[in-house]
Design a protein around this ligand. Structure first.
Ligand code: TYD
Ligand code: MG
Length: 480
């Protein structure tokens, strides 16, 4: 059957046979996206082979008849052949603790994972190192790595340098045409498919250029069908693009099971891998890596990265224990409060939401009588980490207060607590995990909400000071 394409407005849905700069329906500019119109729905096929048929001549998906179904209480297939029973969450180990944790405990066999990040951040390196780990942990696993960016020799060179051992189970292909990739998949039957990168692949069914919104969506939806129907774990690399003609990974985030972003803050050598969406685990997990001459190295104790080496007290800093997913990380918060010459004093924050900082500074003004309305406030999270947890409020308030009063706080104290608008210090999740981490790193005194004291009073070797209201902060130092 012939495959036709049409252009549909992504804002109002009006379709047109030709591409138009301006939608004739709603009048919006540049909203028309090419899509495929076959007789059959281009979503899921019903079996491994039929989805692979997409590689074939007619290109239409096989449909007709009822969907495959199973009983909820049917036993998971003990044979373990991925794809034979898509429900059971068997996991492959990637050989990297950081990556396994971000994925929610390993790689789910029929999952579709999107990994986004700036060009050059290390996405291809991460995939190749994952291939090494997967092969080491599961020697029978077949992996196909398809690159639309590099030649086979280039990938091979890099894979060797990173220590990937193939033993006839690791396949490389330099290819940009999706249908040919599907044909290769059909031939090799890999359990893991790595596609590098989204913006370089195109489907022969669409006329638009690789990287256009239409192509990017088509690629993602076809790969999703492949992952689900053939039980292949598909990894798709997507370069984050500055607004332009190339569509970024955001365009397809909603289609995939797991979205990971790989990022580096401010020219640092370490890399943060964040899950922003995960159907198979927590979406708040954070993995930390460092890029060196031998590729990516896992950083198993990231607190050391985000604390400065200096140990003598200076005004304007306080340490907090933030929980990134399941892992506690100690971070140093820094504030600089200076008299402003502006009618509207400046509030600048790096690493913590500016609105949150404005709110904390207003609370300090109201309840601790700091003259914040006449002061500029600059705020920074050391090491370039981005925090989103309210549990860091207390430390942020302590740092701001310390700078405003020009009074250095003890260097071995940690502050944990959320700040309420009325000045009360609210409970935080998992105080014991945070306290244990701080203790491990040699901190002796922790300022915590009342509820944490009740919960964690028995932890030995640390002194817990409870605080109920922000006004009590100065008094605590009398006890130090
Ligand atoms: P790459 O994985 O190609 O990035 P992406 O796929 O996200 O575009 O990583 C490229 C950068 O990593 C490049 O600047 C060189 C650096 N690098 C190292 O520093 N050490 C290494 O061992 C490798 C393989 C790369
Ligand atoms: Mg790359």
């Amino acid at each position: 059957m012939r495959v036709r394409t049409q252009y549909a407005c992504s804002s109002c849905g009006t379709t047109s046979a030709k591409w138009l700069g301006r939608c004739s329906g709603c009048g919006e500019w540049n909203t028309l996206v090419e899509e495929r119109v076959g007789g059959e729905a281009p979503v899921y096929a019903s079996s491994r082979d039929s989805v692979l048929e997409m590689a074939g001549v007619h290109g239409a998906l096989v449909t007709g008849g009822a969907s495959d179904w199973v009983l909820l209480d049917a036993e998971a297939d003990a044979s373990g052949e991925p794809g034979s029973n898509p429900q059971h969450l068997r996991r492959y180990h990637t050989g990297m603790v950081e990556l396994d944790r971000v994925l929610g405990g390993g790689l789910v066999p029929d999952s579709f994972v999107l990994i986004g990040g700036d060009p050059g951040i290390g996405k291809s390196t991460l995939l190749l190192q994952m291939a090494r780990g997967l092969r080491e942990k599961q020697p029978d696993l077949k992996i196909l790595y398809v690159s639309g960016e590099e030649s086979v020799d280039q990938i091979r060179g890099r894979a060797h340098r990173l220590g990937v051992v193939g033993r006839k189970h690791f396949f490389l292909a330099a290819e940009t045409q999706l249908e040919r990739v599907f044909a290769t998949v059909k031939e090799l039957k890999p359990q893991v498919l790595m596609m590098d990168s989204l913006q370089t692949f195109s489907s022969g069914f669409l006329e638009s250029a690789p990287g256009s919104v239409g192509q990017v969506r088509e690629i993602a939806s076809r790969l999703m069908a492949l992952a689900k129907s053939a039980g292949i774990s598909v990894w798709l690399v997507g370069h984050v693009t500055k607004e332009g003609s190339i569509a970024g990974p955001k365009t397809v985030e909603h289609m995939v099971d797991t979205v990971l972003y790989f990022e580096a803050e401010g020219g640092q050598t370490y890399r943060l891998l964040r899950a922003v969406k995960n159907r198979f685990g927590s979406s708040r997990e954070l993995g930390v890596f460092e890029m060196d001459g031998e590729g990516l190295r896992e950083v198993t104790n990231p607190s050391s990265l985000f604390l400065s080496e200096r140990r003598e007290p200076v005004p304007g800093t306080a340490i907090s224990a933030s929980l990134e997913g399941s892992r506690p990380i100690l971070v140093e918060l820094q504030a600089l409060v200076a008299t402003s010459s502006l009618a509207m004093p400046r509030r600048t924050s790096v690493g913590l939401d500016s609105a949150r900082i404005s709110l904390i500074s207003a609370i300090l003004e109201k309840h601790m009588h700091l003259p914040m309305a006449e002061c500029d406030l600059f705020f920074n999270v050391a090491g370039g980490l981005r925090l989103s947890e309210p549990a860091c409020d207390l430390a942020a308030a302590a740092a701001i207060w310390s700078s405003a009063e020009e009074r250095a706080l003890p260097a071995d104290w940690v502050y944990i607590g959320e700040l309420g608008l009325t000045g009360e210090i609210r409970r935080v999740a998992f105080p014991e995990v945070r306290i244990e981490e701080a203790k491990k790193l040699g901190f002796k005194t922790m300022v915590v909400p009342r509820s944490a004291l009740d919960r964690c009073g028995k932890i030995s070797g640390v002194r817990l000071l409870s605080i109920e209201r922000i006004e009590e902060l100065p008094k605590l130092y009398g006890k130090g």
